[in-house]
Ligand binder design. Structure first.
Ligand code: ZN
Length: 159
């Protein structure tokens, strides 16, 4: 990766960190999940409003480092308005990418490729993963029929 590309990625991440998307509380919460990343101390609360099989909106409240907050902001921006299946597919792509697997980021995923730079900083990978594993845990629990309570996930459990 050349230096200017690095700078561009850093600018995108800082932009999301300084003005995170998805901060607005939802009128109705269908899925709620909490995630923690003990290795860095990041914590996230993620709420999803569904409508007709789509992710109508997402509320993300992340308390943590710049990477974790930026990643949660990107998630909020990208999954909003997508079908649940599509949102899951994207989450899987991001997870695979962060874990260093060879994946192609579809063109319509906007700022997401900026997260690829995180792979060069192994201690930050779980920070970037936090929002995505928390989102997927909430969706999976919901699809498995757990409609009460909240989901909880730790990046330590995601291997
Ligand atoms: Zn972190």
């Amino acid at each position: 990766m050349n230096e200017s590309l690095d700078d561009m990625y850093r600018d995108i991440i800082l932009d999301h960190y300084r003005s995170p998307r998805g901060r607005k509380p939802l009128p109705r919460v269908d899925i709620a999940s909490d995630g923690t990343n003990p290795s860095c101390g990041d914590e996230i609360t993620l709420e999803v409003q569904l409508e007709n099989g789509t992710v109508k909106d997402v509320h993300v409240d992340c308390r943590g480092c710049a990477i974790s907050v930026a990643s949660g902001s990107m998630l909020a921006e990208i999954v909003k308005g997508r079908s649940i299946a599509d949102a899951k597919r994207i989450s899987e792509i991001v997870r695979s990418m962060l874990k260093g697997e060879e994946v192609t980021i579809p063109d319509d995923l906007g700022d997401l490729d900026a997260l690829q730079g995180v792979r060069n900083f192994p201690v930050r990978i779980k920070c970037a993963l936090l929002a995505w594993v928390t989102f997927m845990q909430g969706i999976n629990d919901h699809e498995n029929g757990r409609r009460d309570g909240r989901s909880h996930v730790s990046t330590e459990d995601d291997e």
